[in-house]
Ligand binder design. Structure first.
Ligand SMILES: Cc1cc2nc3c(=O)[nH]c(=O)nc-3n(C[C@H](O)[C@H](O)[C@H](O)COP(=O)(O)O)c2cc1C
Length: 301
């Protein structure tokens, strides 16, 4: 595949990546476009968030561009066709294209007490066709989902997922994706807990419910309504979160930095904060495919 330049290969979570830059979850939720996305040059693509049963997501409008701020606000709400449909699309992929991560969540109507069943179902559906799993407990658009980040609930969830993965016929590396809207203490506790539960990677961060660093006025912000903010305004804070995670886990697990990556310097900032890989969503929406080639070699410099 011509788009993927094997310029900067690295091993993370036991997997081989052609370079550090991947596509963050949420753009190709249903694994409909991975071939084309790999051709654009990503080293890895995180499909999802997928839920075990299909669901429509929130009513439209649910995605807003804040052009001047190089930001997006979304409240998609895990619109997806379900993990079985995605697994059928992924079954014939060529593994030489790159690494595919399966980002999974619970259905909107599943109570948090039963959430673990949803994660395990999707893992079963996707196990044969993805290279790693990301446990998403940090999207702001599924009511109550972020409560799974509370210590007791999280321990139960991660332990169970780890155990079931370990005894399966094809265990996969496990990552957990966390929110930027937590204190340093909370982020470091969650990171240590994930390591204690045997997880191989921590992804920081998802979108923020905060509205800092954007130039539109309060009335315009209010008109948009709820949702997660991504892009440039999140850049500095998500880099801080990466450094907090790294401080907590040292070299015991991989750290994947995501949030406001647009330029080579942004990639370097995430790396200097401790990231082993970076992921991009909003930067790709604004800058298009050429950015992947522009930034993928940053770590070699
Ligand atoms: C429209 C949209 C949909 C998203 N959907 C998901 C999702 O389904 N699951 C997930 O873990 N993250 C999702 N995200 C979050 C991104 O993966 C990423 O963590 C966040 O946007 C920060 O990176 P960025 O500033 O490069 O966009 C979504 C982001 C956007 C903008």
């Amino acid at each position: 595949m011509s788009g993927s330049v094997a310029s900067n290969p690295i091993k993370v979570m036991g997997l081989d990546f052609k370079h550090p830059v991947g596509l963050a979850a949420g753009l190709d939720k249903d694994a409909k476009a991975i071939r084309g996305l790999f051709q654009m040059g990503f080293s890895h693509i995180e499909v999802g968030t997928l839920t075990p049963r299909p669901q429509p997501g929130n009513d439209k409008p649910r995605l807003y561009r804040l052009r001047k701020d190089q930001a997006l606000i979304n409240r998609m709400g895990f619109n997806n066709e379900g993990s079985i449909a995605a697994s059928k699309r992924l079954v014939n992929r060529d593994k030489s294209w790159g690494v595919v991560g399966g980002n999974i969540g619970r259905n909107k109507l599943t109570a948090n007490e039963n959430a673990v069943e949803d994660y395990l179902l999707s893992m079963n559906h996707l196990r044969a066709v993805v290279d790693y799993f990301t446990i998403n407990i940090s999207s702001p658009n599924t009511p109550g989902l972020r409560d799974l980040q509370h210590e007791k609930a999280l321990k139960r969830l991660l332990q169970k997922i780890y155990e079931e993965n370990k005894v399966s016929d094809d265990p996969k590396p496990l990552a957990v994706k966390i929110s930027p809207d937590l204190s340093k203490n909370e982020i470091q506790s969650i990171s240590k807990l994930a390591v204690d539960c045997g997880f191989n990677g921590i992804i920081g961060t998802n979108t923020t419910t905060g509205r800092i660093g954007i130039s539109i006025n309060d009335r315009a912000i209010e008109k948009i309504g709820n949702g997660g903010l991504s892009g440039r305004p999140l850049s500095r804070h998500s880099t801080d979160v990466v450094s907090w995670i790294k401080e907590a886990v040292e070299d015991s697990t991989a750290v994947i930095g995501v949030g406001g990556v647009f330029t080579e310097q942004d990639v370097l900032d995430k790396r200097n904060a401790g990231a082993d890989l970076v992921q991009v969503y909003t930067g790709f929406v604004y800058n298009g495919p050429s950015m992947i080639h522009d930034i993928q070699g940053a770590w070699k410099k």
